[in-house]
Design a protein around this ligand. Structure first.
Ligand code: GDP
Ligand code: MG
Length: 294
C-alpha cells in the first residue's frame, strides 16, 4: 500500500553494440539524445515510472542497458533471471545486427525466467535512406518469434514512449490477466515513416484471400500456442468479427478496414495481441509485394 507504483517490471535491452540501446534508454528516461557513442561499461540501469492501462496504473520500469561485449555476458546473465521483458534491438541500417538477434536472444534468455515477454525493435528509423532490413522482413521475423515489431528513432523521438508503454501493457496483461485492464485508447504501432500508404493496392478478392489466410493463421496460433490459449477474448473477438461482418466479394476494402477498426475499438484485448495488430496493419498498409495484381 505504501509503494508509489502498482506494478514493477524488469526489462533488458539486448542487441549488438551500436544498435542504439543507450540512446534509446536516455531518450526515454532523460529525454535527451546525443550523436556520440555512449560508452556502456558492463551494465547500467535506470528506473522510470509510466502510466499504463485503462485505470492509469503506475508501472515502474527498471530498464537494464548492457554492453554487448562477451566478457560482460556472464556477469549480466544472472540479472536476466528476474526479467519480465526482453527488448531485442537491431539497427535497420545494419544487416549483421539483424542476423545476430537470434544469438543475442539465446544468450540473454539462457537464464531468464519462464514466461518473460519479448519485443523486436528496429532502431534508427530516421535513417530510411540507408535501410538494409526492410519492414516486412523484420516483421516476418518477429512473427516467427511470436512477438511484436516496432521501429523507433531515438534521434527523432519516434515511437520510443509507445514502445515502452505498449510493452509494459503486454507484460501486465500477461502477468495479471484478471487484474490488469488494458487501455482502450491503445492504437496499433505505427510503422516506419514513409512506409504507411493509403493507396489501396488490393483487389477485393485478393484482400479477402489475404484476410482469410491471416485469420486462419491466428486460429492456428490460438490452438497451438499457450500464450494465445489463455487469451480467449482474442479468439472470441475474431469469431465475432467473422460472424458480425458478412464479408463477401462485394465488400469493399474500405468496408473491411472500417470493420476491423470497429472490432479493435470494441475489443481492446486484441490490441495486446501482436497477430491481431499485425492483421490490422497489414490491411491498412497493403504493399505491392503482397498483391501483384492491381
Ligand atoms: N541516426 C540515428 N543514430 C542513432 C540513433 N540511436 C543511436 N544512434 C547512434 O548510434 C550510435 C550508437 O548508439 P548507442 O546508443 O551508444 O548504441 P549501443 O552500443 O547499442 O548502446 C551513436 O553514435 C548514436 O548517435 C537513432 O535513433 N538515429
Ligand atoms: Mg551502450
Amino acid at each position: 500500500m505504501s509503494s508509489s507504483y502498482d506494478y514493477m517490471f524488469i526489462l533488458h535491452l539486448v542487441g549488438d553494440s551500436s544498435v542504439g540501446k543507450s540512446c534509446l534508454l536516455l531518450r526515454f528516461t532523460d529525454g535527451t539524445y546525443t550523436d556520440r557513442y555512449i560508452s556502456t561499461i558492463g551494465v547500467d540501469f535506470k528506473f522510470t515510472t509510466i502510466s499504463i492501462g485503462k485505470d492509469e496504473k503506475a508501472a515502474k520500469l527498471q530498464i537494464w542497458d548492457s554492453a554487448g561485449e562477451d566478457r560482460y555476458r556472464t556477469f549480466v546473465s544472472q540479472y536476466y533471471q528476474r526479467a519480465d521483458g526482453i527488448v531485442l534491438l537491431f539497427d535497420i541500417t545494419n544487416e549483421v545486427s539483424f542476423r545476430n538477434i537470434e544469438e543475442n536472444l539465446k544468450a540473454a534468455t539462457r537464464n531468464a525466467a519462464p514466461g518473460f515477454q519479448k519485443i523486436l525493435v528496429g532502431t534508427k528509423s530516421d535513417l530510411g535512406a540507408k535501410r538494409v532490413v526492410d519492414y516486412e522482413r523484420a516483421k516476418a521475423y518477429a512473427d516467427s518469434l511470436r512477438c511484436q515489431y516496432i521501429e523507433t528513432s531515438a534521434k527523432e523521438n519516434y515511437n520510443i514512449e509507445k514502445l515502452f508503454v505498449q510493452f509494459a501493457e503486454q507484460i501486465a496483461h500477461n502477468k495479471y490477466p484478471n487484474a490488469f485492464v488494458p487501455s482502450n485508447s491503445q492504437k496499433p504501432f505505427s510503422t516506419s515513416r514513409g512506409h504507411a500508404t493509403s493507396k489501396n493496392n488490393f483487389t477485393t478478392e485478393e484482400f479477402l484471400l489475404e484476410l482469410n489466410k491471416t485469420t486462419e493463421a491466428l486460429y492456428q496460433d490460438i490452438a497451438t500456442n499457450t500464450f494465445f490459449k489463455t487469451t480467449k477474448p482474442v479468439y472470441d473477438a475474431l469469431r465475432t468479427f467473422q460472424k458480425t461482418y458478412h464479408i463477401t466479394p462485394e465488400s469493399s476494402p474500405a468496408e473491411i478496414i472500417k470493420a476491423m477498426g470497429e472490432l479493435t475499438r470494441a475489443c481492446p484485448e486484441i490490441c495486446h495481441e501482436s497477430s491481431a495488430k499485425n492483421l490490422l496493419q497489414m490491411i491498412q498498409q497493403p504493399t505491392a509485394s503482397r498483391c501483384p495484381i492491381q
